[in-house]
Design a protein around this ligand. Sequence first.
Ligand SMILES: *[C@@H]1O[C@H](CO)[C@@H](O)[C@H](O)[C@H]1NC(C)=O
Ligand SMILES: *[C@@H]1O[C@H](CO)[C@@H](O)[C@H](O)[C@H]1NC(C)=O
Ligand SMILES: *[C@@H]1O[C@H](CO)[C@@H](O)[C@H](O)[C@H]1NC(C)=O
Length: 844
Amino acid sequence: GLQEVLEEHKISLRRRCERVTEGSDEPGSRTLLNRIYTDLYITEGQSEEVNTQHEVKQLERASRIQNLHDSPIRCHDIFKALPDQHGAIRVVLTNGVAGVGKTFSVQKFTLDWAEGLENQDVRVVVLLSFRELNLIRGEQHSLLTLLHVFHPTLQKLPAEQLAAHKLLFIFDGLDESRLSLDFNHSRLVSDVTQKSSVDVLLTNLIKGNLLPSALVWITSRPAAANQIPPSCVARVTEVRGFTDAQKEEYFRRRFSDEELSSRIISHIKTSRSLHIMCGIPVFCWITATVLENMLTTEQRGELPKTMTDMYSHFLLVQTRRKKNKYHEGHERSPQELMEADREVLLKLGRLALEHLEKGNIMFYQEDLEQCGLDVTEASVYSGVCTEIFKRESVMFQKAVYCFVHLSIQEFLAAVYMFHCFTSRNTEVMNRFLGEHHTIKSLLGYFRKTSLEDFLKRIMEKSLFSKNGHLDLFARFLHGLSVESNQRLLGGLLGQTENSPETIQRVINNLKEMNTVRISPDRSINIFHCLMEMKDLSVYQEIQQFLKSENRSEKLSEIQCSALAYMLQMSEEVLDELDLQKYNTTAAGRLRLIPAVRNCRKARLESCSLSEISCSSLVLALKSNPSHLTELDLSGNDLKNAGVKKLCGFLQTPLCKLQILRLKCCSLSEISCSSLVLALKSNPSHLTELDLSHNNDLKDAGVKELCGFLQTSLCKLQILRLRDCSLSEISCDSLCLALKSNPSHLTELDLSDNDLKDAGVKELCGFLQTPLCKLQRLRLWNCMLSKISCDSLCSALKSNPSHLTDLDLGWNDLKKSDVQQLQDLVNRLHTGICGVVGIILEERS
Ligand SMILES: *[C@@H]1O[C@H](CO)[C@@H](O)[C@H](O)[C@H]1NC(C)=O
Ligand SMILES: *[C@@H]1O[C@H](CO)[C@@H](O)[C@H](O)[C@H]1NC(C)=O
Ligand SMILES: *[C@@H]1O[C@H](CO)[C@@H](O)[C@H](O)[C@H]1NC(C)=O
């Protein structure tokens, strides 16, 4: 009966999940999952940058913050609530960059379930990938028939049994989905036998209309995850890939030869970029493939140090492997072999480039044919272009292709682009660079175009990308101009005659690149390009700079980018980042902004933040919520737009900012109201707020601010509103708000506002409330007369124990005007009153 069906289903799932391929899918290369599976670092929640940063950047960042905060979860436990969580977890969304191991996690989960080891409360696991679902996207199915298509063993399971058992649906690879999931307008389907389009079935299942008790697990690359509305998701997790210890474990598990694994591990530790990339399991596989090959064959020569080195060697190893398999007995040099494969590799490169621009990572047969690729030819290249749809192709007669990792696609796209440059393929370059010339002028142009011009224009294009989708491509292109890589790849790149002078000019261009209109995050890629070109000068200068602690040395802009990168990646959290302390240009200072990600106090006073750098800053702030306690943006013309962006950070629950200074930022009532809205949604950390010298704030702005001051969770201790064009009206609002939440404020600065005696009279209403703890009150230059002194005097008499500083300077007060106040202070000073001084400068 039923038990048998379920057992049969378990066996079939076990068969499907017990063997996996890493990267290439050559026949016979499948290995046991349990032999190579290394736990991944999975965390609750997700970092803020997921949609806006290139995946490699996210990885760099992730590698640093591992272990600092975030608690890891085992993949088996993702439906289990944490001790402090309530309610069942029904839908889980797991994010992770390409190749980081999401599918391995899914398979491990399924395998351990099928083997009876974990999650046995789940009766049926239904494993589906979006890749498979794409193939039936035009068809009408009920949930029941959908199951039967992909899991024929379940055909014997009657419809009424489905709802009776605890089911888990796993949908792997949302980023590969070509379905359009519309959660707002999809038809309601609640019956498992009701036919509908596949996307409607999915939205109903995820929303809980269909099989409300079924669990759903969706995996996705970060950029695609927003297709699922957050309200449908009970838990978001992120696969972060390998930690440093897990990287080593991977290599030790992979090689039985301990000396080999030790040599590989020590080599990757010598290169920061390789070491970071090894957080992606598939990059570990690439590294292992290349280094094993180089260390175990007679091949001499330097081991790869840069990313371009690694990928060039990888291409060589793959072509050689394939040739050894199909043309045994012919000993040819790797370069000769590469020559023979030139055509196919270039076609693959074209495919890579065209789809990189469009953001495609999956290709169907038509896509391949459009680039002149014969499907049989491509599948022979299993190391580089993998046929990953083996099993299902039997079912649907249709295959899906992709590069084993996005970075391989980016590398081949760079190879192809370089080839187009050397062979003067004007059409491709023209299209890529978006130039519009007549054919004739174009021919003339490209005949003359030098390598340095070409790379400069590529660099410019990549820098203007919002999400950095061409960053790695640009890095590879620069790496390919290096002589050693040209020697390796030979004819694939075409005739190149780059003199050392040309290379030097490329390097100089990079160092001098103007990035005024470019985000500081993008600018860091210029530094990476220098590293790919093996120009270590900037890197070494900054290492020296960091060691010497002499901050007066003048820094160039490229040095600032390098410094920002190194500070951002440092294991140590910087106590204070003060941009004014660095001796550099205004543009250089902006390039330091990414370092905000790794500091406790960020001081960015008067650094001419532009709209672009402000966006970059907010991105950095959002990814550093738990360290940052102090932020000073005074003297930047933020205006309403800038403040609005900043609010995106202030209202995140993780924001723990204690001190915020926005002096002289052109704030108005409108920006004040956004600020208050943000602060009210996360009110309990801020203790100091300085909004001085914003002349447009006015009474209306203060009125908004009071909405925050009176929330019971507001813990503000210091409030400065100097020179904000305030009048008596503001004093009234402040008094009202502070009286309702009086016990935190210790310092209030209202200097340089025309408060007049009426204003002070209002304030006294607050001073005399018994819970008022004000210690410092500054009323410098507020147009006060003796009347104010008398009001203060009587307020202090009724609540005398806290005030220690009272600044009444620059008011037209005579000695006699303050005599009574002075007497009170002198008398109380020896007694209970805390007042120790009145600052009283006479107008001279
Ligand atoms: C769906 O509705 C939400 C909330 O009402 C809205 O924010 C979102 O833009 C809508 N999406 C589409 C695709 O209409
Ligand atoms: C900045 O660097 C220049 C060049 O080294 C030097 O002359 C100048 O004194 C430095 N300025 C400061 C404020 O340290
Ligand atoms: C710091 O560097 C500046 C500029 O390079 C130099 O003039 C100064 O002598 C250095 N100071 C110390 C203490 O080394």
